[in-house]
Design a binder for this molecule. Structure first.
Ligand SMILES: CC(C)(COP(=O)(O)OP(=O)(O)OC[C@H]1O[C@@H](n2cnc3c(N)ncnc32)[C@H](O)[C@@H]1OP(=O)(O)O)[C@@H](O)C(=O)NCCC(=O)NCCS
Length: 151
């Protein structure tokens, strides 16, 4: 069954916090429940969830009020048991619809090959690096998707 992609509502908060803890426990760090509550409440955030009865994925966007400013893709994750089934692709497609007409920036750990591949597949290219940015010394890669290249 393909999940439905929809905006997150307050009732999703607990599920998203749990899923985030599962997805980021061993890498760059899960966000706290307080941070997630803030993400859910901010007017410049768009949180979409993949819902198949349970929440199995999410994407978080920072959408600045001025259309000329790029959107930032802050986070995307899919429950480990359902990876490689196209759920992140569904979330990315929905996110791109939200961002229609705007450039998108993101930052990703250089060694996160799954995420880098996913982003490349949606037209993101590396624009710069922050050497040793993450704990453990891993580089951060800044990627951009330019709307004019993908419209
Ligand atoms: C990155 C992540 C969101 C991908 O989710 P997913 O639902 O498995 O991705 P999809 O099934 O939609 O895959 C889409 C494309 O991404 C790429 N991809 C995804 N996982 C991959 C992997 N393990 N290895 C290589 N490429 C991968 C492929 O190009 C894939 O297309 P294909 O299946 O036709 O080859 C998932 O691995 C995840 O939640 N990782 C932990 C959280 C994270 O690191 N998020 C990114 C930083 S915020």
């Amino acid at each position: 069954m393909r999940p439905a992609i929809r905006p997150a509502v307050a009732a999703d908060l607990e599920s998203v916090v749990s899923l985030d803890a599962l997805c980021f426990k061993s890498s760059s760090g899960a966000w706290s429940a307080v941070s997630w509550a803030d993400e859910f409440s901010r007017s410049d955030r768009v949180v979409l969830v993949a819902d198949e009865g349970a929440v199995v994925g999410y994407v978080v966007l920072l959408v600045p009020p001025f259309a000329e400013d790029p959107v930032e893709l802050l986070r995307i994750a899919v429950t480990p048991a359902e990876r490689r089934t196209g759920i992140a692709s569904q979330l990315m497609s929905a996110a791109l619809s939200v961002c229609a007409g705007r450039d998108i920036l993101l930052e990703v750990a250089a060694g996160n090959f799954a995420a880098v591949k996913l982003y490349q597949g949606y037209g993101f290219g590396e624009i710069s690096r922050r050497a040793g940015y993450y704990a453990g010394g891993e580089d951060a890669v800044i990627m951009r998707r330019q709307e004019k290249d993908n419209d």
